[in-house]
Design a protein around this ligand. Structure first.
Ligand SMILES: [Zn+2]
Length: 230
């Protein structure tokens, strides 16, 4: 069960950090409705402050139709090369610099990616099966939760457009530039070169054309010992 908001937390800004690969959009589900489902879930537990939802991870592994639908419903999309945990920790740090307490953070992600703190209200969408490690049943619980909320939300969607960010190139696209522009960036030579330099620095030294390199950047060489209570 999710943590209920106090009177102060009820009106504070809320940011959602969502690992879109670990906790995927339910198969066949209209991705434009994920945002309204998360908003309704938060309101059920008393969170009514301004809301920002950030989908984080290796976005190139997520279907373009899903990313486009999320973006068109006001969800920010962040490309991160390390999966999500390390990228979310970095985003969390940036967020806390810009949003002093009281703020709320809904962490739909591996909790080892966030620094523990008593200043910020950090909580999960439900009680995870393990206090530290991701388990497949958590992803199943997430899908069940979204499907249950969607029955109450109905066909509601949001017409806002989200922002786009590539953490390798430190490139920010404002909503007006559109999802297609961001998609082109993720397949560009400039982005590919920087990705290779970051994830495979020795390999890049010997490759003239990085576009011929085939790899799956399932990087997991960052280990964080942080733990927070959910
Ligand atoms: Zn990039």
């Amino acid at each position: 069960m999710m943590k209920k908001a106090t009177a102060e937390e009820a009106v504070a800004v809320t940011s959602v950090f969502w690992d879109i690969k670990m906790f995927p959009v339910p198969p066949g589900f209209d991705a434009r409705r994920v945002g309204p489902c998360i908003k309704r879930l938060l309101e059920k537990y008393g969170y009514f402050g301004p809301l920002t939802i950030n989908a984080v991870g290796l976005l190139t592994d997520v279907h373009d139709d899903i990313l486009g639908a999320l973006s068109s419903s006001g969800i920010n999309t962040y490309y991160g090369p390390f999966g999500a945990s390390a990228d979310i920790m970095w985003l969390f740090y940036e967020w806390t610099q810009k949003n002093p307490p009281p703020t709320n953070i809904l962490a739909i992600c591996d909790r080892t990616g966030l620094r523990p703190t008593r200043e910020f209200n950090i909580f999960g969408p439900f009680s995870y099966s393990s206090p530290r490690y991701f388990r497949q049943e958590d992803a199943i619980n997430w899908i069940s939760l979204i499907l249950a909320e969607s029955e109450a939300v109905g066909e509601d969607t949001c017409s806002e457009t989200g922002e786009y960010f590539c953490s390798i190139c430190y490139r920010y696209d404002h909503p007006g530039q559109g999802f297609e522009s961001f998609k082109r960036h993720l397949s560009s030579l400039e982005h590919t070169r920087k990705k290779l330099a970051l994830l495979h620095p020795r390999r890049e030294m010997f490759e003239e054309d990085p576009t011929i390199v085939r790899f799956q950047p399932e990087a997991s060489f960052f280990v964080f010992g942080f733990n927070i209570d959910f």
